[in-house]
Design a protein around this ligand. Structure first.
Ligand code: HEM
Length: 207
């Protein structure tokens, strides 16, 4: 839950930086770093055992809806759309971060769901037809309340959750080890990436 909350904040920050990224190399670098933060958060969110994932997390998602899916995350939908526009201009650093993000997602998916199918694919529903009730279901499941907040409020809410993740990691280090060097590097980088996240809330954004 906590990992998803911080990921939602990272997606919001990506939506701030992506429109400026084609013309502004600093925004492009921010996109690469924010994607790395999202990748590291995928590893944190997916750090439970496959058994806990199957019997507690996936079971609760399936009970909420048999096709429950990450594609229902409205903030990530926006990220995907903005990324589509930015992609032709993306430099090597961003391309590497995107490639690693796909690798991390699939590594987590393979570890937690070894037979390999998402609930959405298992349900046979059309993965391209997301409607507002799906998006609302995602928000409700993960306890996301939407309201207009000022930048300071957003930064405070992010900082509180970053603190909770850092405390959790200090008390209970992630026991999972990955063979792939890129995946292991991001797992180790999570505390540093989190420490830097709040600084993105004060960066210049395109109106
Ligand atoms: C651990 C935290 C996870 C987060 C935060 C997360 C997030 C997301 C998001 C935002 C999407 C939509 C965009 C995209 O395609 O990247 C997505 C799609 C997807 N995820 Fe995950 N995911 C997680 C875990 C998993 C796991 C354990 C599986 C294993 C089956 C999985 C399998 C998939 C698949 C196959 C898709 C493509 C669409 C679909 O078939 O539902 N993910 N996920």
């Amino acid at each position: 839950m906590l990992g998803h909350h911080v990921a939602v904040c990272v997606w919001r920050l990506l939506c701030d930086q992506l429109p400026a990224a084609p013309a502004d190399p600093a925004a492009g670098d921010a996109v690469a770093e924010l994607y790395d933060a999202y990748s590291a958060l995928l590893l944190y969110s997916g750090s439970c055992s496959p058994q806990t994932y199957a019997t507690v997390i996936r079971a609760r998602m399936k009970a909420r809806h048999p096709a429950f899916s990450g594609t229902w995350a409205r903030d990530y939908e926006q990220v995907s759309e903005l990324l589509g526009r930015f992609r032709p201009f993306a430099g090597e650093r961003v391309k590497r971060a995107l490639k690693t993000n796909r690798l991390v997602h699939m590594t987590v998916a393979k570890r937690l769901v070894p037979q390999g199918k998402s609930l959405l694919r298992e349900s046979g529903m059309d993965p391209t037809r997301t409607v507002d009730t799906d998006r609302d279901r995602f928000d409700e499941f993960f306890g996301v309340d939407r309201a207009e907040v000022c930048r300071h409020e957003f930064a405070d809410q992010l900082a509180d959750r970053v603190r909770l993740v850092l405390d959790d990691l200090a008390e209970r280090p992630d026991p999972v080890r990955y063979d792939n060097a890129d995946v292991a590097r991001l797992q180790d980088a999570l505390p540093d990436l989190l420490d830097r996240l709040v600084s993105f809330t004060t960066r210049k954004v395109t109106p």
